[in-house]
Design a binder for this molecule. Structure first.
Ligand SMILES: [Zn+2]
Length: 275
């Protein structure tokens, strides 16, 4: 079921981790951002778009994680974009024998069995100097940063006052750092939050990759909440954060927090830097 969150911007929330797919109406069709997770939900979205007479003319994946690079045959053969780093990170992931089987191990079986593997992760990288998604619709600015995954991008639809945050600024998920092959994941994350803060001044609607849609007041509040969490993580402290507390939306979030603490502690031992 599609829900309008701003003029010409609709979202479809998945049963899986409250994943938010975003539909942006253009001149002759829609841009589909992070299309969805369950095959049946994407089919339902394809039906809704069919009823609206709106073909998919472009796709975009905010980052190279499996739940953001899915596609359904009924969306058609529109180009599916991501940042150049996103596309190349996923290409590496998909290369080699048995890559899809390895990826499938991270995916809940009921979702994995519905995946169109031939359409999985087919992302066309946009050159780094390209500041907007090339399509016939409202301007969509690409705000690339180094935080949750390689080539992660938030999207700013200025004319609609909408910020699509990818896996940042969620009310349900804590900041999940990219701890693979990154030199300073804490500082990267803080820099990304500063970048979003600078871009989000006139935003009325915040759409996270997972969780609930936020209004204008939520933009700053969630940036501050994420900032506080990352500082607590850096200092190996206990975050005062509802997303990992007893009222957390996802009970597995405290496990994610513990793992991040452990991985960072291991890194600082290895690097000899003070924790
Ligand atoms: Zn992710």
């Amino acid at each position: 079921m599609l829900r309008q969150v701003a003029e010409g911007v609709l979202i479809h929330q998945s049963e899986f981790c409250q994943s938010d797919a975003v539909v942006v109406q253009g001149q002759v069709g829609v841009l589909l951002i992070d299309p969805g997770v369950h095959g049946s939900e994407m089919a339902c979205l394809a039906n809704d778009l069919g009823e609206l007479g709106q073909p998919v003319v472009a796709g975009f994946s905010t980052h190279p994680h499996w739940d953001h690079v899915l596609w359904h045959a009924r969306f058609g053969a529109a180009p599916r974009y991501g940042t150049a780093r996103c596309a190349s990170a996923f290409r590496v992931l998909l290369s080699g024998a048995g890559a899809k089987a390895r990826i499938a191990e991270w995916i809940p079986p009921d979702i994995a069995e519905q995946i169109s593997w031939d359409l999985f992760g087919l992302i066309t990288g946009l050159p780094a100097e390209m500041a907007q998604i090339p399509w016939d619709g409202p301007k969509v600015r690409i705000i690339e940063h180094q935080a949750h995954a390689p080539g992660h991008a938030a999207l700013l639809i200025e004319e609609r006052g909408v910020l699509v945050a990818g896996d940042m600024l969620s009310d349900a998920l804590i900041p999940m750092l990219d701890l693979n092959d990154t030199a300073d994941p804490i500082e990267d994350y803080l820099a990304a939050l500063r970048l979003l803060e600078g871009a989000a001044g006139d935003v009325d609607v915040l759409v996270p990759g997972h969780g609930s849609i936020g209004g204008a007041d939520q933009v700053r509040a969630r940036i501050e909440q994420d900032h506080a969490y990352v500082h607590a993580l850096r200092d190996a402290g206990t975050p005062d954060d509802p997303r990992v507390g007893p009222s957390a939306t996802f009970d597995w979030m405290s496990g994610v927090h513990e793992r991040q603490l452990q991985q960072l502690a291991r890194r600082s031992e290895r690097d000899g830097t003070p924790g």
